[in-house]
Design a protein around this ligand. Structure first.
Ligand code: ZN
Length: 369
């Protein structure tokens, strides 16, 4: 069945530039400047995702939209004024390191506001009933950003900014955020840790980023206790670990919470070719996870599902993962085939390791009840 999918994009988001790096290492000292590429968080992963949708003609079937930058009022619901002033001043001065692994360039402040603006409008469009679901190709990403500190390529907390804007405009009371970026969604967790109106669930490679963090024991506090859930996965977990985690942990938690809207922090860095993580997912795994959440949204909240782009650093492979997600959101299947699917399927963990991972996840599920 075809669905009305709104896709939010702005070319300016691809113009955020953070100076010369080799993957995540600033050049200099022992680090030779790279001949090509540079910072892992490059525009090319996102551009090639969009251009694959263009050449497959998937874009033509979507409701392609853009959005204004997030207003100061919207930013101030999450970030203190002195942080925003510091960000803007460094951006105006040509850029530099705004936080831990958070380099920025000239104009990054305005572009980050635009990135958050895409997320705000994606949510608003679905809540107004103008689309069944939506995807915001936001860049820079947002899920590591704390209210007063940039971190991990993230300068503004795009998803919390969008949630708070929606609460102010539409009076939402219960929102769920599923973060399947391979890194922990620490910023979103921090912002909602003591609140019961936003359920946050992060699936991530254990110990990857923030370095050493697992989070299995962290469940929220005060009113938020039980509304902040973490699913750390072993490196190399593969499709089966994610499938089991979605079925045994994520979907039951959503059913208990009964959200009015499901948001996804949609990173693609759990893909099997990513330079910054080790999780072995395929484009088909992303398609299946999208289907699982789409069906959960249809059962629980009128199908209201919004994805906001986060990480994903394989220029060659992110496009196929993103394309599969948008195909599933829209219900349109193009002729695009994933050329790496068999190659990655051959590398999945064996049955013994899969059984071990399932047991681990079942223990975590038992501890949530
Ligand atoms: Zn990530």
């Amino acid at each position: 069945m075809k669905r009305r999918t709104a896709f939010f994009f702005d070319e300016h988001c691809l113009w955020h530039s953070a100076g010369q790096h080799a993957l995540i290492m600033p050049v200099g000292g022992w680090v030779q400047p790279p001949a090509a590429g540079g910072l892992a968080e490059s525009p090319e992963t996102k551009r090639r995702f969009k251009t694959l949708m263009d050449v497959s003609r998937l874009t033509r079937a979507l409701d392609l939209r853009t959005a204004p930058p997030a207003s100061e009022e919207a930013l101030l619901r999450i970030h203190p004024a002195d942080y925003l002033a510091r960000f803007q001043a460094l951006s105006d001065a040509g850029g530099g390191e705004l936080g831990d692994f958070a380099p920025i360039g000239p104009g990054s402040y305005e572009i980050a506001r635009l990135s958050a603006g895409l997320a705000i409008e994606a949510v608003a469009t679905v809540l107004r009933g103008e689309a069944d679901n939506a995807y915001a190709l936001s860049r820079p990403p947002g899920h590591h950003c704390l209210p007063d500190r940039a971190m991990g390529f993230c300068m503004l907390a795009n998803i919390p900014i969008a949630i708070e804007a929606a609460k102010a405009r539409f009076g939402l009371t219960r929102v769920a955020v599923i973060d399947w970026d391979v890194h922990h969604g620490n910023g979103t967790q921090h912002i909602y840790y003591e609140r019961d109106d936003v359920l946050t669930i992060s699936l991530h490679q254990e110990g990857c980023f923030p370095p050493g963090y697992s989070g299995a024991e962290d469940r929220g506090s005060g009113a938020g206790l039980g509304h902040n859930l973490n699913i750390p996965l072993l490196p190399g977990g593969g499709e089966d670990a994610y499938r089991h985690a979605m079925a045994r942990l994520v979907v039951p938690a959503l059913e208990r919470f009964e959200p009015e809207l499901i948001l996804v922090a949609c990173g693609f860095d759990a893909n099997g070719l990513d330079p910054l993580a080790r999780m072995l997912l395929t484009s088909e795994a992303y398609r299946e996870m999208t289907r699982t959440l789409r069906e959960a949204a249809e059962r629980l909240c009128g199908g209201r599902l919004v994805m906001v782009h986060e990480g994903g650093y394989s220029e060659a492979y992110v496009p196929f993962c993103g394309h599969a997600v948008v195909e599933e959101l829209s219900g349109i299947r193009t002729e695009v085939e994933d050329p790496m699917l068999d190659f990655l399927r051959q590398q999945q963990p064996n049955a013994e390791l899969q059984a071990f991972q399932r047991e681990q996840l079942d223990r975590l599920a038992a501890s949530w009840r």
